[in-house]
Design a protein around this ligand. Structure first.
Ligand code: UD1
Ligand code: CA
Length: 459
C-alpha cells in the first residue's frame, strides 16, 4: 500500500504568529489543505497528518473531514524535529508499504510530481528517494551531499553545514519516499547530536546509505513547487506563485484577464469561458462564475453563483446567486442569502440582503432591499428603503410581479404589495396593497400664493 504522512506539528516560530503555521492561508486556503489535496489527487491511498503545536486549531479547521491525525507530544522534555514527528506514525504503515513524507509547509507540490516521484522510487527499488531541487539561492534548506560517484550520502541542514557544504546548490525539498521497513529501521538510529538538538528525519538518509542502501534523488523540473514557508516573505512568494498558477490555468481555458497579475482567484473557484476580468477583481471561496461575464474594477465575489453574461462593476457579492444577463453596479452590495433573478439591473449604491429579486426587476439607484421577496419585472425606485427591522426583530415584505415602488418610499415590514401594486413616491407603506391599486401615503400638496412676498423675503 502507498501511505503518506504530512508533518504539521512544528511551531513555525519564524512566522511570528498566534496561529499554527500550516493554517496560514494562501489565497484563502490554509497551506496544509493544498498538501492534503495534492495527496488526495495522487496515487496515495491513505494520509496521516502529524499535529502538535496549535493542534486544537488545526483539528477544528478540518472539522469532520475525513483526515487521520497523529498527535506529536509537545512541551518541555519532549524531543522535537521532523524525525520525531514521523515516529508518531509508526503504526500507520507496514514494512512493505511505500511511505511518502511531505511537509505541511510546502504547499505548492503537485499531485503529478508526487506520482512521478513514487514511480521513480518504486521502479528503481530505492531504499529511500528524496525530491530535490537545484536552487540559485539554497539558503535555509538542507543540502544534498553526494559522493564522487554522485551517490547521495546524507543531508546536511543549513545550521549544521560547513562552508563547503553551504556551497552545494542541490537541496532537500522535505518530500521523501521510503520503503516502510527501511524507514522504521532508520528512525531508530536518529539522535539529537546537531546544532538544533532535534531528531532530524534527514539523518535517516545517512543511516541508510551507511548500511549500503541506495538512495534516489529525483530532481524537480519546476523549482517553484517546493518553496517552503518558514516566514511571511515565503508565504508571499507562495501566494504569488499560486496566483500565477491558477490564473494561467484560466487563461489557457478561455478566460480573459486584462492584467492577470492584479486578479485574485482562490483555488476552489470555477469560471466559465469568455468571461473577461478587469484588474482588481477578487473571486473567493466556492464561487462559480458563468460564461461570458464581465467583472470590472474592485469587484469581490465570495461563495456566490453567477450565471452567464452577467456584468458586475465594482461591487461586492456574498453568499448569493445572480441570474444570467443581469447587470450589477457600480457599487452594489449583495449581502448573504440573496437570489437575484435573470436580466435584472441593480445599480449604484443598492444594497440587497436576504432577499429574492425576480427576473427582469430593477433597482437602479440608492435603495435598500432587506428581507424581501420581490417578484418579476418590478421597479424599485431611487431611495426606496425596505424597513425590515423594528428595533427588536426582522420582518419580511413581499412585492408582486410588475409592481412599481416609487422613489423614496418606505416599505415598513411586514407588508404585502400584490401584482401591479403601485406605490406613490415618498409614501411610507405600513399596510398591504392590493392587486392593481395605487397606494399614496403623503399629505396633500398645498401651494400658497404670494406667501414669500408677504413674509418680506423677496429682494
Ligand atoms: C526541513 C528539512 C530541510 C528541508 C526543508 C524543506 C529537516 C531536519 N529539515 O527544514 O532539510 O530543506 O524542510 O522545506 O527535516 N515538524 C513537525 N514536528 C517537529 C518539527 C517540524 O511536525 O517536531 C513539521 C513542521 O510543521 C513542518 C515540517 O515538519 O511542516 C518541516 O519543519 P521545519 O521546522 O519547517 O523544517 P525546516 O527547517 O524547513
Ligand atoms: Ca520548513
Amino acid at each position: 500500500m502507498r501511505v503518506s504522512v504530512i508533518l504539521a506539528a512544528g511551531e513555525g516560530s519564524r512566522m511570528k504568529s498566534n496561529k499554527p503555521k500550516v493554517l496560514h492561508e494562501i489565497l484563502g486556503m490554509p497551506m496544509i489543505d493544498y498538501v492534503i489535496e495534492a495527496t488526495k489527487n495522487s496515487n496515495v491511498e491513505k494520509t496521516d497528518v502529524v499535529v502538535g503545536h496549535g493542534e486544537d486549531k488545526i483539528r477544528e479547521y478540518f472539522g469532520d473531514r475525513d483526515i487521520t491525525f497523529k498527535s506529536q507530544p509537545i512541551g518541555e522534555g519532549c524531543p522535537y524535529g521532523t524525525g520525531f514527528a514521523v515516529m508518531q506514525t509508526l503504526d500507520s504503515f507496514h514494512d512493505n508499504d511505500t511511505v511518502l513524507i511531505l511537509n505541511g509547509d510546502t504547499p505548492l507540490i503537485r499531485s503529478d510530481t508526487i506520482d512521478e516521484l513514487i514511480k521513480f522510487h518504486e521502479v528503481n527499488n530505492f531504499s529511500a528517494t528524496i525530491l530535490t531541487a537545484v536552487l540559485d539561492c539554497p539558503y535555509g534548506y538542507g543540502r544534498i551531499i553526494r559522493d564522487d560517484k554522485a551517490r547521495i550520502k546524507k543531508i546536511v541542514e543549513e545550521k549544521d553545514a560547513c562552508q563547503k557544504e553551504k556551497l552545494v546548490r542541490e537541496i532537500n525539498s522535505g518530500i521523501f519516499v521510503f520503503k516502510g521497513k527501511d524507514l522504521k529501521e532508520s528512525l531508530k538510529t536518529l539522535n539529537t547530536d546537531n546544532t538544533q538538538g532535534e531528531l532530524y528525519l534527514t539523518d535517516a538518509i545517512e543511516s541508510l546509505s551507511r548500511e549500503g542502501k541506495e538512495i534516489g534523488g529525483f530532481k524537480l523540473k519546476d523549482n517553484r513547487e517546493i518553496v517552503g514557508v518558514n516566514s511571511r516573505d515565503n508565504l508571499a512568494l507562495c501566494t504569488q506563485i499560486m496566483r500565477e498558477r491558477i490564473n494561467n490555468d484560466y487563461l489557457i481555458n478561455g478566460v480573459t484577464m486584462i492584467d492577470s497579475k492584479s486578479v485574485i482567484i482562490e483555488p476552489r473557484v470555477k469560471i466559465g469561458r469568455d468571461t473577461v476580468i478587469y484588474p482588481g477583481a477578487v473571486i473567493q471561496g466556492t464561487s462559480v462564475i458563468g460564461e461570458g461575464c464581465t467583472l470590472y474594477g474592485t469587484t469581490r465575489i465570495v461563495d456566490s453563483i453567477i450565471g452567464d453574461n452577467v456584468s458586475i462593476d465594482n461591487s461586492l457579492i456574498e453568499n448569493s446567486q445572480v441570474g444570467s444577463g443581469s447587470k450589477l453596479g457600480p457599487y452594489a452590495h449583495i449581502r448573504p442569502n440573496s437570489k437575484i433573478g435573470k436580466n435584472t439591473k441593480i445599480g449604484n449604491f443598492v444594497e440587497i440582503k436576504n432577499s429574492n429579486f425576480g427576473d427582469g426587476s430593477k433597482a437602479a439607484h440608492l435603495a435598500y432591499v432587506g428581507d424581501a421577496d420581490i417578484g418579476k419585472n418590478v421597479n424599485i425606485g431611487c431611495g426606496v428603503v425596505f424597513v425590515n427591522y423594528d428595533g427588536k426583530s426582522k420582518h419580511r415584505s413581499t412585492v408582486g410581479d410588475h409592481a412599481f415602488v416609487g422613489s423614496n418610499a418606505n416599505i415598513v415590514a411586514p407588508v404585502k404589495i400584490e401584482d401591479y401594486g403601485y406605490i406613490a413616491a415618498g409614501s411610507t407603506i405600513t399596510k398591504d396593497v392590493g392587486e392593481g391599486q395605487l397606494s399614496l401615503e403623503r399629505a396633500k400638496q398645498v401651494n400658497i400664493d404670494g406667501w414669500v412676498e408677504r413674509k418680506g423675503l423677496k429682494k
